[in-house]
Design a binder for this molecule. Structure first.
Ligand SMILES: *[C@@H]1O[C@H](CO)[C@@H](O)[C@H](O)[C@H]1NC(C)=O
Ligand SMILES: *[C@@H]1O[C@H](CO)[C@@H](O)[C@H](O)[C@H]1NC(C)=O
Ligand SMILES: *[C@@H]1O[C@H](CO)[C@@H](O)[C@H](O)[C@H]1NC(C)=O
Ligand SMILES: *[C@@H]1O[C@H](CO)[C@@H](O)[C@H](O)[C@H]1NC(C)=O
Ligand SMILES: *[C@@H]1O[C@H](CO)[C@@H](O)[C@H](O)[C@H]1NC(C)=O
Ligand SMILES: *[C@@H]1O[C@H](CO)[C@@H](O)[C@H](O)[C@H]1NC(C)=O
Length: 674
């Protein structure tokens, strides 16, 4: 049985380093893991915690486990099951050696806070529910949605091979056997509970939307379920709602996964969440054999000493010779991509930039510094990632490989890269006119004419359409803003600085305790404050803000203290629109040198992109069509709509756009095999 999780990437190591590690690992595993019981405690969940879990259709969002999918798209919410399991299997029983006393069974306690609620306040959540599970088989069975609660399906129901014991919190009467739509049941390899209890007898309502604290207690003989309203929970929930004898060794393998499963049904949109989770299990591992210890420890010491000797020898001879490829395969991965950028030597880039002379500095960001340089007589920009942002390097590699496969006239071209002596450098084309923000807000001359501004908007739209729809893998930029738009000598816009946002984010996170959201305030869609996630819609929002600021010459608003969503520039322009004075928003420096109709189109399109509801925003495809005059701008309500979350999406979108949420590795999210 194997779980899919990412191994930390280890570089090439000297043999001696390897020995040292083996020694340390052996020593630790020989001593530490044998003591104490396993426990974990999540008072709340963070997206970064996801690596500790095995998930299917399930994720961490709103600081909670969403056992079944969230409503990014209604068709994705209906008829779905999901699973969320702690990654490490737990030893739940073992055979007694002499077989005299039967099996030794662990005891465990698990307390969690669950919340089952509808997606909007005027709906009643009626299905299907969630369950606490212990299972030998981690994958979610196919077709286990609806009445199956993600526990079993029509084929595996009732089969011992299912290897699953579940405590169900069922909010729908989906079988004749179900006593009602508000019950707790004990399920063993089957959805037909061996025992069920109606919660109405206890004055509890699973689907009332309130937080409920549940405790599952197992002492090796009986399983008990305690349940109370979270705000009424006392330390000792004394009366169980359900207690039933259960011999786990009869139904489960020795090692099992623990977690939650749940499901939704047809036309029933219910959010199944776990807000906190505490788990403790007694340790039933055998005591380490002392004889084994007495033989192996001296052996390991000898091995260790020889390792040290070998290391001293080896660190002189071999380690200095091997280039420090902390990330093996970088080269293969980058060179393997279709538009392989050049690998530079550090010397070349030092020479090109005058040894990173401050005189050549073009700009500075959280991630590092950008220098101007010359290769022969060709000007280049060299981005030097600061050494302390080591954390971000793995992601950075993913970015370089992705960006290098992109090729569009409105994207800043990546020329090459370098990874040497812990220096990570990116070489890209040099943009003589610098970044757009200087022209839009600053005093940089010449003033940009409407022709130029329109051309810039069009260029950025083409670049984004290419990223979202035009290249092999979908890419989300996540940090569209005026300072990331660079201008070539003809004032053509080129989108640059991809993805570094996330890298910066990661680094900042280690310094700040507060949860930062990737992106730049003012350009961030309202929902991203809640989800912290990027999507094609958040990119479109940022593009809308960019359009409006290029036209109005104003800075977008900024996030205020309470993280609320007032984007002052958008609100201001929307008000002008309500009052049929939208042309007043246009930058006075344009001296009215434009056509009113066209300008009107552009402004309305900008507002449409900044619609508070992500599902109402046009796609980049549509935006391009409007910009080229093929389509009219989308209808925009006169009053700025209230931000509603979670929003109910349109079931069908004209061009089949779907939201791809980018919570994974890189700032650039990809959909493979579209
Ligand atoms: C559980 O079942 C196993 C196998 O049927 C048996 O050996 C063991 O004694 C049982 N344990 C308890 C506590 O009943
Ligand atoms: C579970 O809780 C009970 C009652 O509080 C306690 O007696 C027992 O030791 C706990 N078991 C574990 C494994 O923590
Ligand atoms: C039930 O799940 C198993 C395992 O995922 C799968 O092989 C089987 O086809 C599923 N049965 C149905 C009716 O979908
Ligand atoms: C539980 O709460 C929901 C929503 O408030 C309500 O519609 C339903 O009738 C309640 N069920 C019971 C059994 O009280
Ligand atoms: C626990 O299980 C044993 C044996 O199955 C049974 O005799 C006992 O009554 C159970 N305890 C409770 C509290 O139900
Ligand atoms: C959900 O499942 C039900 C029952 O199997 C089926 O009738 C319905 O068409 C499905 N709905 C969707 C949206 O897949």
């Amino acid at each position: 049985m194997e779980l899919h999780f990412q191994l930390p990437i280890m570089g090439r190591m000297c043999f001696s380093q390897l020995l040292t590690r083996i020694f340390v690992i052996a020593l630790l595993s020989g001593t530490l893991t044998k003591v104490g019981c396993l426990e974990f405690n999540y008072l709340t969940f963070d997206e970064d915690d996801e690596i500790h879990f095995y998930r299917e259709n399930s994720e961490i969002e709103f600081q909670a486990i969403l056992v079944t999918p969230d409503i990014s798209d209604a068709s994705k919410v209906m008829n779905k099951s999901g699973r969320f399991l702690y990654m490490e299997p737990l030893k739940i029983w073992r055979k007694e050696k002499d077989n005299s006393n039967g099996n030794i069974i662990a005891s465990f306690n698990s307390t969690f806070v669950l919340n089952i609620s509808p997606y909007s306040s005027n709906q009643i959540p009626i299905g299907e529910g969630l369950s606490f599970i212990l299972t030998g088989k981690y994958p979610l069975p196919d077709n286990s949605d609806g009445k199956w609660l993600g526990i079993v399906n029509g084929t595996t129901d009732g089969l011992a091979q299912s290897q699953i014991v579940a405590v169900e919190f069922d909010t729908r009467k989906s079988f004749l056997e179900d006593i009602d739509d508000n019950h707790v049941g004990l399920d063993v390899n089957s959805i037909y509970s061996i025992k069920q209890v109606s919660l109405s007898d206890y004055g509890l309502n699973l689907s009332s939307g309130s937080n409920l604290t549940a405790r599952i207690q197992y002492d090796g003989k009986n399983i008990s379920v305690f349940l109370s309203l979270t705000n009424e929970t006392t330390d000792n929930m004394t009366d169980s709602v359900l207690t039933w004898p259960l011999n786990l060794s009869d139904h489960l393998p020795e090692r099992v996964y623990v977690g939650f499963s749940g499901s939704t049904g047809d036309n029933i949109i219910q959010r199944n969440r776990i807000l906190a989770w505490d788990f403790q299990i007694s340790n039933i591992e055998e005591n380490p054999n002392l004889l084994w210890v007495w033989i192996t420890i001296p052996l390991l010491v000898v091995l260790f000493l020889s390792g040290v000797v070998f290391y001293l020898y080896c660190s002189r001879v071999c380690c200095n010779e091997i280039p420090e490829e902390t990330y093996p395969m970088i080269e293969e991965r980058i060179q393997g991509s279709s538009m392989a950028p050049k690998k530079f030597q550090l010397r070349e880039l030092r020479r090109a930039t005058g040894n990173f002379s401050p005189k050549n500095k073009l700009g500075q960001g959280g991630f590092g510094t950008v220098y101007k340089g010359f290769l022969g007589n060709k000007a280049i920009a060299v981005k030097r990632i600061s050494k302390d942002s080591r954390q971000g390097q793995q992601e950075f590699i993913v970015e370089v490989t992705t960006i290098s496969s992109l090729n569009h006239k409105n994207l800043v071209k990546l020329i090459g890269w370098c990874y040497e002596s812990h220096e990570l450098l990116i070489v890209s084309e040099f943009m003589p006119n610098g970044s757009l923000d200087k022209f839009v807000f600053g005093m940089a001359t010449p003033k940009l004419s409407w022709e130029r501004r329109r051309n810039i908007i069009f260029g950025v739209a083409q670049a984004l359409d290419y990223l979202h729809n035009g290249c092999e893998k979908r890419v989300l930029h996540r940090d569209i803003k005026a300072s990331n738009i660079l201008l070539d000598s003809e004032y053509n816009a080129k989108l640059g600085d991809f993805g570094l946002a996330r890298t910066i984010q990661r680094d900042e996170k280690s310094h700040h305790t507060t949860r930062e959201i990737a992106g730049t305030p003012g350009y961030m869609a309202p929902e991203s404050f809640l989800t912290g996630r990027a999507s094609v819609e958040t990119d479109v929002y940022a593009f809308g803000v960019l359009m409006l600021e290029v036209i109005s010459g104003r800075k977008p608003g900024s996030r205020n203290e309470e993280n609320s969503f007032n984007n002052s520039m958008v609100v201001w322009i929307w008000r002008l629109y309500s009052n049929k004075m939208i042309l007043d928003a246009v930058d006075s420096r344009l001296n009215k040198e434009f056509e009113d109709d066209e300008m009107n189109y552009f402004l309305v399109l900008g507002l449409a992109c900044c619609h508070p509801n992500p599902h109402e925003r046009p796609s980049m495809r549509t935006i391009l069509k409007v910009l080229t005059g093929e389509e009219d701008p989308p209808m925009v309500p006169l009053e700025i709509p209230a931000f509603v979350w979670p929003s109910i999406p349109l079931l069908f979108k004209d061009d089949g756009e779907t939201t791809e949420q980018g919570g994974d590795l890189s700032p650039i999210s990809e959909i493979i095999g579209r």
